[in-house]
Design a protein around this ligand. Structure first.
Ligand SMILES: [Zn+2]
Length: 526
């Protein structure tokens, strides 16, 4: 052996056996790698923004050594349905991070900024606590081109919309969202959505939809999403999947079968779900859309002044209270954000009727909904989903967990508890306490499954060289604390959150270091 070779071998031997220094090592921790297999005991290290799993030696050291005994580690949770607009005001995204979320996708339900490039560049410059992905919203695009018009687009308008969707994809969107229950998406027909979805599909994106109906028309809504997957050859997510309103309780068996059958036929259809028996949306969801054509406040007010129209609007609302989102009982409709009467936030429509000295029935409920809309609306929590459907959907093999939550400042307003509790609730309440699914399955639904859906190859799994987004929790203690009565409560049992290699949460202490990255989708053009 000549000298040089000897020296090289010598160096190699030294470097193999000499201790490596990492930023962080978590020792003797139960590893849920995100892929859904049984957890195993091991060490996980972080160096810069990379995970090290297989090559850790007992002699290795780190700037920070975490004793993982009794704790579990998982990939950071990826929330594919988040309302992220307030992130410009609360870029640290503490409410999301404290529930283990490290990546969230905004722009759901058809609503997003139109100029995504500008928006994402702004976030990039500001810095964000979490990794941020975005969808381009169909309702936003349609309003931009056609306003709140109840008609089909002309060819010129459709091509303009296609242009905006294409631009959104090139700006970095991961796909297109629709909110076909909302304005103006509710006036879009299948052809229009398929045409736009083809543009998204061509650029590698997905289609995610708040279905046209989640109550009485649920099956048609599910079928429509399946038809869009087929018609545009596009991966689909039926978002915040549920069966709302008493007449539809128990329908999840059928909808899950529709999804499974579509997949068996070769279509890439999935669902996502938040783990609660109540939804949260504008009170106008109870109002017939035709009464808001051209303007959800001013045109609506004009129509309400016409007594005949008012009567018909009222009948529409009564119908929705009885058969759809109202759940057939004013006590199931809880006012959330209500600028006109903030003292009623957290109270139900039943409470409000009683306070007004009205008989608390569907007619007076409809009257109050009209009053609320005349005073620029309100948002409400609708307790109209059956617990059995929630569990049934959660168990489904094609179900991803996503929050549908809004970035929230602690103690501001009256949010749905999902903004604080989604992921710990599924792991602690549904997996550990109720045994609805295994903990590894629950974690897979919030890590590798959403990562795969978005085409994120470097996140959602604990593996060598992947991005260091990690959550360390106590599997015995992890639980959501936020409730519908007292929403502003952070979850318990999440000890550490690491985002892109940086520790941002440590034993209750939150560090505002904005280590999130802005992620760009498959059609992104620099
Ligand atoms: Zn929605």
């Amino acid at each position: 052996m000549n000298r040089t070779l000897f020296f090289l071998v010598f160096l190699l031997t030294i470097s193999c056996s000499s201790p490596q220094r990492y930023d962080t090592i978590v020792k003797n921790v139960t590893v849920f790698d995100g892929k859904g297999g049984a957890p195993f005991l091991g060490d996980v290290a972080v160096l810069d923004n990379q995970i090290v799993l297989s090559k850790i030696k007992s002699s290795d050291t780190a700037d920070k050594i975490i004793d993982g005994e009794g704790l579990a580690i998982a990939p950071g949770f990826i929330d594919i349905h988040a309302h992220l607009e307030p992130i410009e005001i609360f870029p640290q995204a503490e409410s999301a991070i404290r529930m283990g979320c490290t990546t969230a996708m905004g722009g759901p339900d058809g609503s997003s900024p139109i100029n995504l490039k500008k928006f994402l560049d702004t976030l990039d410059e500001m810095g964000t606590g979490i990794n941020v992905a975005y969808l381009i919203g169909h309702n936003s695009v349609r309003s931009e081109v056609m306003g709140l018009e109840n008609r089909e687009p002309t060819n010129a308008e459709l091509s303009k919309m296609n242009g905006l969707i294409e631009k959104g994809m090139k700006d970095g969107a991961f796909g297109m969202s629709t909110g076909l229950k909302y304005l103006p998406g509710t006036w879009a027909k299948l052809d229009e959505i398929i045409s736009l979805s083809k543009t998204v599909s061509r650029l590698g994106g997905i289609y995610t939809s708040h279905l046209r109906e989640e109550g009485l028309g649920l099956f048609d809504g599910v079928q429509e999403a399946i038809d869009i997957s087929e018609g545009a050859d596009i991966p689909v997510v039926l978002t915040h999947h549920k069966a709302i309103g008493l007449p539809m309780w128990g329908s999840s068996d059928k909808t899950l079968k529709m999804v499974a059958d579509a997949r068996a036929a070769g279509l890439d259809v999935m669902v996502d779900q938040y783990p609660y028996t109540a939804s949260y949306t504008s009170i106008s969801v109870l109002i017939p859309p035709w009464s808001m054509v051209g303007g959800r406040y001013d045109k609506f007010a004009e129509r309400v002044r016409d007594l005949e129209l008012r009567d018909s609007i009222k009948r529409g609302i009564v119908y929705n209270i009885m058969n759809d989102r109202g759940g057939g009982d004013l006590k199931r409709i809880q006012l959330a954000k209500f600028n006109w009467k903030p003292e009623l936030e957290g109270k139900t429509l039943y409470d409000w009727a009683v306070l007004e000295g009205m008989e608390p029935n569907a007619e007076s409920g409809a009257e109050l909904v009209i009053q609320a809309q005349l005073h620029r609306g309100a948002s409400a929590i609708y307790h109209a989903i059956s617990p059995e459907d929630v569990e049934n959907i959660m168990k489904g093999p094609n179900t991803i967990i996503a929050s549908d939550g809004r970035i929230t400042k602690f103690e501001n307003g009256f949010p749905h508890p999902r903004v604080y509790g989604t992921f710990p609730r599924v792991i602690g309440h549904y997996a550990r306490d109720k045994g609805v699914l295994s903990m590894e399955e629950a974690i897979k639904k919030m890590t590798s499954m959403p990562a795969k859906r978005l085409g994120l190859r470097d996140r959602g799994i604990i593996g060598d060289g992947l991005k260091a987004d990690l959550v360390i929790f106590d599997p015995e203690k992890i639980i959501d604390k936020a409730t519908f009565e007292k929403p502003h409560q952070y979850p318990e049992g999440i000890d550490y959150v690491i985002i892109n290699g940086k520790v941002v949460l440590e034993k209750g202490k939150f560090f505002d270091i904005k280590s999130g990255e802005i992620l760009r989708g498959p059609g992104y053009l620099k």
